[in-house]
Design a protein around this ligand. Structure first.
Ligand code: GLA
Length: 390
Protein backbone atom coordinates (compact mmCIF):
# COMPACT_ATOMS: atom_id res chain seq x y z
CA UNK A 1 0.00 0.00 0.00
CA UNK A 2 2.87 2.36 0.80
CA UNK A 3 4.22 1.85 -2.72
CA UNK A 4 0.80 2.61 -4.21
CA UNK A 5 0.54 5.71 -2.04
CA UNK A 6 3.83 7.08 -3.36
CA UNK A 7 2.85 6.20 -6.92
CA UNK A 8 -0.50 8.05 -6.84
CA UNK A 9 1.02 11.04 -4.99
CA UNK A 10 3.72 11.36 -7.64
CA UNK A 11 1.10 11.31 -10.37
CA UNK A 12 -0.99 13.89 -8.51
CA UNK A 13 2.04 16.21 -8.42
CA UNK A 14 2.59 15.69 -12.13
CA UNK A 15 -1.05 16.43 -12.98
CA UNK A 16 -1.89 19.15 -10.44
CA UNK A 17 1.53 20.83 -9.97
CA UNK A 18 2.16 19.90 -6.31
CA UNK A 19 0.62 17.81 -3.56
CA UNK A 20 0.43 20.38 -0.79
CA UNK A 21 -2.61 19.74 1.38
CA UNK A 22 -3.43 16.52 -0.49
CA UNK A 23 -4.28 13.26 1.28
CA UNK A 24 -4.30 9.69 0.00
CA UNK A 25 -7.26 7.36 0.50
CA UNK A 26 -8.26 3.79 -0.35
CA UNK A 27 -11.55 1.91 -0.68
CA UNK A 28 -11.72 -1.79 -1.58
CA UNK A 29 -13.59 -3.70 -4.26
CA UNK A 30 -15.79 -6.60 -3.21
CA UNK A 31 -16.59 -10.16 -4.09
CA UNK A 32 -19.89 -11.78 -3.19
CA UNK A 33 -19.51 -15.36 -1.94
CA UNK A 34 -23.22 -16.22 -2.18
CA UNK A 35 -26.61 -14.44 -2.20
CA UNK A 36 -26.89 -13.05 -5.72
CA UNK A 37 -29.73 -10.83 -6.89
CA UNK A 38 -31.28 -11.07 -3.43
CA UNK A 39 -30.36 -7.60 -2.17
CA UNK A 40 -33.18 -5.77 -3.95
CA UNK A 41 -35.58 -8.52 -2.86
CA UNK A 42 -35.13 -8.04 0.89
CA UNK A 43 -32.96 -11.16 1.14
CA UNK A 44 -29.54 -12.02 2.53
CA UNK A 45 -26.13 -11.53 0.93
CA UNK A 46 -22.64 -12.67 1.94
CA UNK A 47 -19.98 -10.44 0.35
CA UNK A 48 -16.49 -9.47 1.47
CA UNK A 49 -14.16 -6.56 0.77
CA UNK A 50 -10.95 -7.24 -1.17
CA UNK A 51 -7.43 -5.88 -0.82
CA UNK A 52 -7.62 -4.53 -4.37
CA UNK A 53 -9.66 -1.37 -4.88
CA UNK A 54 -9.50 2.35 -5.59
CA UNK A 55 -6.66 4.64 -4.52
CA UNK A 56 -7.49 8.34 -4.42
CA UNK A 57 -5.62 11.59 -3.82
CA UNK A 58 -7.77 14.59 -2.92
CA UNK A 59 -7.52 18.14 -1.67
CA UNK A 60 -9.79 21.14 -1.24
CA UNK A 61 -9.70 23.93 -3.80
CA UNK A 62 -10.06 27.66 -3.17
CA UNK A 63 -12.86 27.92 -5.78
CA UNK A 64 -15.99 25.94 -6.67
CA UNK A 65 -14.34 23.91 -9.43
CA UNK A 66 -13.99 20.13 -9.57
CA UNK A 67 -10.93 18.71 -11.32
CA UNK A 68 -10.89 14.96 -11.96
CA UNK A 69 -8.08 12.77 -13.23
CA UNK A 70 -8.14 8.98 -13.54
CA UNK A 71 -4.95 6.98 -14.06
CA UNK A 72 -7.16 4.30 -15.61
CA UNK A 73 -8.29 6.72 -18.32
CA UNK A 74 -5.18 8.88 -18.65
CA UNK A 75 -5.99 9.76 -22.25
CA UNK A 76 -9.00 11.77 -21.09
CA UNK A 77 -6.72 14.17 -19.19
CA UNK A 78 -8.08 16.44 -16.44
CA UNK A 79 -11.86 16.69 -16.62
CA UNK A 80 -13.22 19.89 -15.16
CA UNK A 81 -16.60 20.67 -13.75
CA UNK A 82 -18.05 22.63 -10.86
CA UNK A 83 -20.08 21.93 -7.74
CA UNK A 84 -22.78 24.11 -9.29
CA UNK A 85 -23.09 21.78 -12.29
CA UNK A 86 -24.07 18.48 -10.74
CA UNK A 87 -27.00 17.13 -12.75
CA UNK A 88 -28.06 13.47 -12.89
CA UNK A 89 -27.04 11.80 -16.17
CA UNK A 90 -27.17 8.19 -17.29
CA UNK A 91 -23.96 6.57 -18.55
CA UNK A 92 -21.92 9.70 -19.05
CA UNK A 93 -18.35 8.71 -18.25
CA UNK A 94 -16.47 7.83 -15.10
CA UNK A 95 -16.64 11.24 -13.41
CA UNK A 96 -20.36 10.72 -12.95
CA UNK A 97 -19.62 8.33 -10.08
CA UNK A 98 -17.78 10.86 -7.87
CA UNK A 99 -20.09 13.64 -9.08
CA UNK A 100 -23.13 11.54 -8.17
CA UNK A 101 -21.87 11.14 -4.61
CA UNK A 102 -21.22 14.89 -4.29
CA UNK A 103 -24.73 15.53 -5.57
CA UNK A 104 -26.19 12.92 -3.17
CA UNK A 105 -24.49 14.57 -0.17
CA UNK A 106 -26.18 17.82 -1.24
CA UNK A 107 -29.55 16.06 -1.47
CA UNK A 108 -29.05 14.79 2.09
CA UNK A 109 -28.37 18.31 3.35
CA UNK A 110 -24.55 18.26 3.33
CA UNK A 111 -23.48 21.13 1.11
CA UNK A 112 -19.97 21.16 -0.32
CA UNK A 113 -18.34 24.48 0.68
CA UNK A 114 -15.73 24.37 -2.11
CA UNK A 115 -14.48 22.28 -5.01
CA UNK A 116 -11.79 19.58 -4.94
CA UNK A 117 -8.96 18.15 -7.00
CA UNK A 118 -9.37 14.39 -7.23
CA UNK A 119 -7.07 11.78 -8.73
CA UNK A 120 -8.10 8.12 -8.84
CA UNK A 121 -6.32 4.89 -9.59
CA UNK A 122 -8.15 1.58 -9.46
CA UNK A 123 -6.53 -1.85 -9.55
CA UNK A 124 -9.87 -3.65 -9.82
CA UNK A 125 -10.36 -4.68 -13.43
CA UNK A 126 -13.03 -2.32 -14.88
CA UNK A 127 -16.45 -3.79 -15.56
CA UNK A 128 -15.39 -7.06 -13.94
CA UNK A 129 -18.25 -7.28 -11.49
CA UNK A 130 -15.97 -6.61 -8.52
CA UNK A 131 -17.66 -3.28 -7.90
CA UNK A 132 -15.19 -0.76 -9.23
CA UNK A 133 -18.01 1.80 -9.37
CA UNK A 134 -19.21 1.24 -5.78
CA UNK A 135 -15.56 1.46 -4.70
CA UNK A 136 -15.29 4.89 -6.37
CA UNK A 137 -18.55 5.96 -4.73
CA UNK A 138 -17.46 4.92 -1.25
CA UNK A 139 -13.98 6.43 -1.54
CA UNK A 140 -15.56 9.71 -2.70
CA UNK A 141 -17.97 9.75 0.25
CA UNK A 142 -15.12 8.91 2.62
CA UNK A 143 -13.08 11.81 1.21
CA UNK A 144 -15.95 14.29 1.52
CA UNK A 145 -16.48 13.29 5.15
CA UNK A 146 -12.76 13.61 5.88
CA UNK A 147 -12.27 16.95 4.08
CA UNK A 148 -15.47 18.68 5.21
CA UNK A 149 -16.24 16.96 8.52
CA UNK A 150 -19.71 15.75 7.52
CA UNK A 151 -21.37 13.80 10.32
CA UNK A 152 -22.03 10.46 8.59
CA UNK A 153 -21.22 6.86 9.51
CA UNK A 154 -19.69 4.27 7.17
CA UNK A 155 -23.14 2.74 6.81
CA UNK A 156 -24.41 6.17 5.69
CA UNK A 157 -21.60 6.25 3.13
CA UNK A 158 -22.96 2.98 1.71
CA UNK A 159 -26.51 4.33 1.55
CA UNK A 160 -25.39 7.61 -0.02
CA UNK A 161 -23.38 5.67 -2.62
CA UNK A 162 -26.39 3.55 -3.50
CA UNK A 163 -28.65 6.62 -3.57
CA UNK A 164 -26.31 8.33 -6.01
CA UNK A 165 -26.04 5.28 -8.26
CA UNK A 166 -29.84 4.86 -8.32
CA UNK A 167 -30.73 8.51 -8.80
CA UNK A 168 -27.72 10.12 -10.48
CA UNK A 169 -26.49 7.25 -12.66
CA UNK A 170 -29.85 5.59 -13.29
CA UNK A 171 -28.76 2.11 -12.16
CA UNK A 172 -31.25 0.50 -9.84
CA UNK A 173 -28.65 -1.44 -7.82
CA UNK A 174 -29.26 -2.81 -4.34
CA UNK A 175 -27.19 -2.04 -1.25
CA UNK A 176 -24.81 -5.01 -1.27
CA UNK A 177 -21.78 -3.54 -3.04
CA UNK A 178 -21.58 -0.22 -1.25
CA UNK A 179 -22.26 -1.92 2.10
CA UNK A 180 -19.59 -4.59 1.60
CA UNK A 181 -17.06 -1.90 0.72
CA UNK A 182 -17.90 0.67 3.38
CA UNK A 183 -18.18 -1.96 6.16
CA UNK A 184 -15.45 -4.41 5.05
CA UNK A 185 -13.38 -6.29 7.63
CA UNK A 186 -10.18 -8.23 6.88
CA UNK A 187 -10.61 -11.99 6.98
CA UNK A 188 -14.41 -11.75 7.27
CA UNK A 189 -17.45 -11.79 5.01
CA UNK A 190 -20.54 -9.77 5.91
CA UNK A 191 -23.78 -11.67 6.44
CA UNK A 192 -26.23 -8.88 5.69
CA UNK A 193 -30.00 -8.98 5.84
CA UNK A 194 -30.97 -6.38 3.26
CA UNK A 195 -34.50 -6.19 4.69
CA UNK A 196 -33.31 -4.17 7.70
CA UNK A 197 -29.52 -3.86 7.23
CA UNK A 198 -28.79 -5.98 10.30
CA UNK A 199 -25.52 -7.84 9.83
CA UNK A 200 -22.84 -9.98 11.40
CA UNK A 201 -19.22 -10.59 10.42
CA UNK A 202 -18.38 -14.22 9.70
CA UNK A 203 -14.74 -15.30 9.64
CA UNK A 204 -13.75 -16.97 6.38
CA UNK A 205 -11.55 -19.77 7.61
CA UNK A 206 -10.84 -21.94 4.59
CA UNK A 207 -7.97 -23.88 6.13
CA UNK A 208 -6.17 -25.46 3.16
CA UNK A 209 -8.04 -23.53 0.44
CA UNK A 210 -8.16 -20.04 -1.09
CA UNK A 211 -10.60 -17.77 -2.87
CA UNK A 212 -9.80 -17.57 -6.58
CA UNK A 213 -11.47 -15.05 -8.86
CA UNK A 214 -11.62 -15.71 -12.59
CA UNK A 215 -12.34 -12.67 -14.73
CA UNK A 216 -14.10 -13.54 -18.00
CA UNK A 217 -12.91 -10.29 -19.61
CA UNK A 218 -16.38 -9.93 -21.02
CA UNK A 219 -17.25 -6.38 -20.15
CA UNK A 220 -20.51 -5.63 -18.50
CA UNK A 221 -22.19 -2.29 -17.99
CA UNK A 222 -24.99 -2.42 -15.44
CA UNK A 223 -26.91 0.33 -17.18
CA UNK A 224 -27.04 -1.40 -20.54
CA UNK A 225 -27.43 -4.89 -19.08
CA UNK A 226 -30.66 -6.61 -18.22
CA UNK A 227 -30.17 -5.77 -14.56
CA UNK A 228 -33.04 -3.31 -14.29
CA UNK A 229 -35.26 -5.74 -16.22
CA UNK A 230 -34.61 -8.53 -13.70
CA UNK A 231 -35.48 -6.17 -10.94
CA UNK A 232 -38.83 -5.25 -12.55
CA UNK A 233 -39.65 -8.93 -13.08
CA UNK A 234 -39.15 -9.58 -9.37
CA UNK A 235 -41.33 -6.58 -8.55
CA UNK A 236 -44.08 -7.87 -10.85
CA UNK A 237 -43.96 -11.30 -9.18
CA UNK A 238 -44.05 -9.73 -5.73
CA UNK A 239 -47.08 -7.59 -6.58
CA UNK A 240 -49.01 -10.69 -7.68
CA UNK A 241 -48.01 -12.71 -4.62
CA UNK A 242 -49.06 -9.83 -2.38
CA UNK A 243 -52.63 -10.29 -3.64
CA UNK A 244 -52.70 -13.68 -1.90
CA UNK A 245 -50.17 -13.29 0.93
CA UNK A 246 -49.15 -10.31 3.02
CA UNK A 247 -45.38 -10.00 2.51
CA UNK A 248 -43.09 -7.01 2.07
CA UNK A 249 -40.48 -8.64 -0.16
CA UNK A 250 -39.68 -11.95 -1.84
CA UNK A 251 -37.05 -12.45 0.86
CA UNK A 252 -39.87 -12.89 3.41
CA UNK A 253 -40.84 -16.24 1.87
CA UNK A 254 -39.44 -19.65 2.73
CA UNK A 255 -39.06 -22.15 -0.12
CA UNK A 256 -42.21 -24.01 1.07
CA UNK A 257 -44.26 -20.81 1.23
CA UNK A 258 -43.12 -19.88 -2.27
CA UNK A 259 -44.26 -23.25 -3.65
CA UNK A 260 -47.70 -22.60 -2.13
CA UNK A 261 -48.18 -19.12 -3.58
CA UNK A 262 -46.31 -19.30 -6.90
CA UNK A 263 -49.49 -19.95 -8.91
CA UNK A 264 -50.44 -16.34 -8.19
CA UNK A 265 -47.68 -15.26 -10.63
CA UNK A 266 -49.04 -15.19 -14.19
CA UNK A 267 -45.88 -14.92 -16.30
CA UNK A 268 -43.83 -18.18 -16.19
CA UNK A 269 -40.61 -16.19 -16.63
CA UNK A 270 -41.43 -14.17 -13.52
CA UNK A 271 -42.10 -17.42 -11.63
CA UNK A 272 -38.51 -18.51 -12.33
CA UNK A 273 -37.09 -15.11 -11.40
CA UNK A 274 -38.96 -15.09 -8.09
CA UNK A 275 -38.02 -18.71 -7.43
CA UNK A 276 -34.36 -17.82 -7.73
CA UNK A 277 -34.75 -14.89 -5.33
CA UNK A 278 -36.46 -17.03 -2.68
CA UNK A 279 -34.26 -20.14 -3.00
CA UNK A 280 -31.05 -18.12 -3.23
CA UNK A 281 -31.95 -16.35 -0.01
CA UNK A 282 -32.53 -19.70 1.71
CA UNK A 283 -29.24 -21.02 0.28
CA UNK A 284 -27.35 -18.03 1.63
CA UNK A 285 -28.68 -18.57 5.15
CA UNK A 286 -27.77 -22.29 4.93
CA UNK A 287 -24.33 -21.50 3.52
CA UNK A 288 -23.44 -19.21 6.42
CA UNK A 289 -24.65 -21.83 8.89
CA UNK A 290 -22.48 -24.41 7.12
CA UNK A 291 -19.44 -22.16 7.31
CA UNK A 292 -20.02 -21.48 10.99
CA UNK A 293 -20.17 -25.24 11.55
CA UNK A 294 -16.85 -25.60 9.71
CA UNK A 295 -18.50 -27.41 6.78
CA UNK A 296 -16.69 -25.77 3.85
CA UNK A 297 -17.75 -28.64 1.55
CA UNK A 298 -21.44 -27.87 2.06
CA UNK A 299 -20.73 -24.18 1.58
CA UNK A 300 -19.16 -25.09 -1.78
CA UNK A 301 -22.13 -27.21 -2.84
CA UNK A 302 -24.45 -24.32 -2.10
CA UNK A 303 -22.23 -22.04 -4.22
CA UNK A 304 -22.60 -24.51 -7.09
CA UNK A 305 -26.38 -24.63 -6.66
CA UNK A 306 -26.42 -20.83 -6.67
CA UNK A 307 -24.73 -20.80 -10.07
CA UNK A 308 -27.16 -23.32 -11.53
CA UNK A 309 -30.09 -21.22 -10.36
CA UNK A 310 -28.55 -18.03 -11.80
CA UNK A 311 -27.99 -19.88 -15.07
CA UNK A 312 -31.33 -21.62 -15.44
CA UNK A 313 -33.90 -19.60 -13.50
CA UNK A 314 -32.47 -16.11 -13.34
CA UNK A 315 -30.64 -16.32 -16.69
CA UNK A 316 -27.85 -13.89 -15.97
CA UNK A 317 -24.79 -16.04 -16.69
CA UNK A 318 -24.00 -16.45 -20.41
CA UNK A 319 -21.51 -18.71 -22.14
CA UNK A 320 -18.43 -17.00 -20.68
CA UNK A 321 -19.38 -17.39 -17.01
CA UNK A 322 -20.88 -20.84 -17.59
CA UNK A 323 -17.68 -22.04 -19.23
CA UNK A 324 -15.51 -20.77 -16.37
CA UNK A 325 -17.75 -22.40 -13.76
CA UNK A 326 -18.45 -25.67 -15.53
CA UNK A 327 -14.74 -26.16 -16.27
CA UNK A 328 -13.96 -25.39 -12.62
CA UNK A 329 -16.46 -28.00 -11.42
CA UNK A 330 -14.49 -30.68 -13.32
CA UNK A 331 -11.35 -30.12 -11.28
CA UNK A 332 -10.64 -32.09 -8.16
CA UNK A 333 -9.93 -29.76 -5.29
CA UNK A 334 -12.50 -27.17 -6.35
CA UNK A 335 -14.84 -26.92 -3.37
CA UNK A 336 -17.32 -24.57 -5.03
CA UNK A 337 -17.56 -22.22 -8.01
CA UNK A 338 -20.14 -19.70 -9.17
CA UNK A 339 -20.59 -16.41 -10.98
CA UNK A 340 -20.41 -13.36 -8.71
CA UNK A 341 -21.97 -9.92 -9.00
CA UNK A 342 -24.67 -8.90 -11.46
CA UNK A 343 -23.67 -11.45 -14.11
CA UNK A 344 -23.82 -11.15 -17.93
CA UNK A 345 -20.01 -11.13 -17.91
CA UNK A 346 -17.61 -10.17 -15.16
CA UNK A 347 -16.16 -12.72 -12.76
CA UNK A 348 -16.59 -16.07 -11.08
CA UNK A 349 -15.58 -16.85 -7.51
CA UNK A 350 -14.25 -20.27 -6.54
CA UNK A 351 -12.95 -21.90 -3.39
CA UNK A 352 -9.97 -23.97 -4.43
CA UNK A 353 -7.72 -26.23 -2.37
CA UNK A 354 -4.16 -24.89 -2.29
CA UNK A 355 -2.70 -27.87 -4.13
CA UNK A 356 -5.24 -27.53 -6.96
CA UNK A 357 -4.84 -23.80 -7.68
CA UNK A 358 -2.15 -24.18 -10.30
CA UNK A 359 -4.10 -26.85 -12.15
CA UNK A 360 -7.27 -24.77 -11.85
CA UNK A 361 -5.68 -21.74 -13.51
CA UNK A 362 -4.09 -23.87 -16.22
CA UNK A 363 -7.07 -26.08 -17.09
CA UNK A 364 -9.90 -23.55 -16.74
CA UNK A 365 -7.75 -20.96 -18.51
CA UNK A 366 -6.97 -23.08 -21.54
CA UNK A 367 -10.50 -24.53 -21.90
CA UNK A 368 -11.89 -20.99 -21.69
CA UNK A 369 -9.56 -19.55 -24.28
CA UNK A 370 -10.26 -22.42 -26.63
CA UNK A 371 -14.02 -22.06 -26.38
CA UNK A 372 -14.41 -18.28 -26.07
CA UNK A 373 -11.51 -17.09 -28.19
CA UNK A 374 -9.79 -14.85 -25.66
CA UNK A 375 -8.14 -15.38 -22.29
CA UNK A 376 -9.53 -15.11 -18.78
CA UNK A 377 -7.52 -13.64 -15.89
CA UNK A 378 -7.10 -15.30 -12.51
CA UNK A 379 -6.53 -13.76 -9.09
CA UNK A 380 -5.97 -15.45 -5.75
CA UNK A 381 -7.50 -12.83 -3.43
CA UNK A 382 -7.38 -11.81 0.21
CA UNK A 383 -10.25 -10.33 2.20
CA UNK A 384 -9.41 -6.79 3.22
CA UNK A 385 -10.74 -3.90 5.32
CA UNK A 386 -13.10 -1.06 4.45
CA UNK A 387 -12.06 2.47 3.38
CA UNK A 388 -9.13 4.27 5.04
CA UNK A 389 -6.73 7.22 4.89
CA UNK A 390 -3.26 6.08 3.85
C1 GLA B 1 -24.81 -5.73 -8.67
C2 GLA B 1 -25.59 -4.75 -7.82
C3 GLA B 1 -25.87 -5.34 -6.42
C4 GLA B 1 -26.49 -6.74 -6.52
C5 GLA B 1 -25.70 -7.61 -7.49
C6 GLA B 1 -26.37 -8.94 -7.75
O1 GLA B 1 -23.53 -5.93 -8.15
O2 GLA B 1 -24.90 -3.54 -7.67
O3 GLA B 1 -26.70 -4.47 -5.69
O4 GLA B 1 -27.83 -6.65 -6.90
O5 GLA B 1 -25.50 -6.98 -8.74
O6 GLA B 1 -26.40 -9.70 -6.60
Amino acid sequence: MEQMKQMVLKKFEEVFGDSEGAKVYFAPGRVNMIGEHTDYNGGHVFPCALTIGTYAVARKRADRKLAFFSMNFEGLGVLESSIDELTPQKEAGWTNYPKGVMWAFGEKGFTLPCGIDLLLYGNIPNGSGLSSSASVEVVTGFILRDLFGFDVTNQDLALIGQYSENNFNGVNCGIMDQFAIAMGKAGHAIFLDTADLSFTYAPIALRDAKIVIACSNKKRGLGDSKYNERRSQCEAALAEIQKVKAIKALGDLTEEEFEQVKTAITDPVCVRRAKHAVYENARTIKAVEALEAGDVELFGQLMNASHTSLRDDYEVTGIELDTLVEEAWKIEGVIGSRMTGAGFGGCTVSIVKNEAIEKFVECVGSAYEQKIGYAADFYVVEIGDGPCVL
